[in-house]
Design a binder for this molecule. Sequence first.
Ligand code: IFM
Length: 449
Amino acid sequence: MPAASFHFPKGFLWGCATAAHQVEGNNTNNNWYRWEQEGRTKHKSGLACDWWGGRWKEDFDRAAEAGQNAHRLSVEWSRIQPAPDRWDEEALERYRAMLRGLHERGMTPLVSLHHFTDPLWVYEMGDPSTGSGRGWENEAVVPLFEKFVRKTVEALKEYCTLWCTINEPNVYALSGYLSGDFPPGKQDNKLAMRVLANLLRGHAAAYRAIHEIQPEARVGYALHYRPQAPAHPASPLDRLMRNIRYSGINLGFPSGISTGVMRTPLGNFRVPEAKGTQDYLGLNYYSVDTVAFDLRRPRELFSRAYYPKEADLSPTGFIANIPEGLFQSIRWAQHTYPNLPILITENGVEDPDDRLRPRYLAQHIHQMWRAVNFNWPVKGYFHWSLVDNFEWERGWTQRFGLWGLDPETQQRIRRPSVDLYAAICRENGLTSEMVQQYCPEVFEKMFPD
Ligand code: IFM
């Protein structure tokens, strides 16, 4: 049996990613809490993983003992600034304690300042009758976000130099304003693009504010990058639909940051202050969509996105295991922004029984290694996620954790993938023995004779 190994450069960051509302519990002052109370999610977040109650300590212990040297978490705006004129110093102190806790365990923190949730006072601000819109529909949110960022970065800068301004702005805008799965549940594509432009303005303001406070900071955002493949590459209509969907989902923020003009299929938005505002690109990669032209779907702009029949699907069919898509995503990032550091800020799969996760993990890390071997500057990988957590509108129906969680008892369940990922983190690489031990079913594929 060949003893192959795929090693990563020294100093590579290996960790998991989490988000405040998904793990903290009892977050009662934001738009998602309201959404849950209105019955718009499969379940409620409740106590989540009880990090606000202190269980972050045991989970950080688990991560550190499993060889992880970094962790990505987010702070909750509605806790830090519960009302426009009120700061909660105690909440900031708790976040300081968490970041200190990471350092004490030898882990580098990456802090996201916005991960899907908005304080209720932001969600409700504005007056739609005057056309000003609510929340991020309204450009007035930009200086408010900047103020929150300044306060938070001042308070946490002792413990963090790696910042993510906004997580998945494209998902926030498209899910809240196109599919309607996220609050405020609207279906208005023009408004979705307006929201995305305001998020870009917020990102740019945050980028400059953080650098003013902390010149050595490295600031970026996390893009949910979703490759799209035409169902029939020879069909011009499939290709057209693929291209529209691809740019609509992926290219708004990147074009704004490259040129100062955010380009979308529905028009261009000038945001000159966004040009050049990133020190690294965060890539969240999960899967690839296949896209076909479909006359029966006018609301989806005549396209249908699906996974191929033979796909290696997760239990609820949410994710298809397509590891080459991670390689493609990194290649796109490197071509779009030559030499800009890249962090894989999320990648993972929902899988309560841990049948698919080991091969998903090994095959994606193999693809990331291929990219590193082209000398593309990938600097770290954050698995989604450490412990099962609240999956937004899908509630607790999807289990993304290396560790399982019973949200009733708060009991953690160690899945085999914990040990595979620990072996990878400790080795700073993946070996053929690991593949043989944890996912022998893909051994031949990864190491063909
Ligand atoms: O749970 C989410 C996360 O909040 C954002 N990226 C995708 C994850 C899995 O659905």
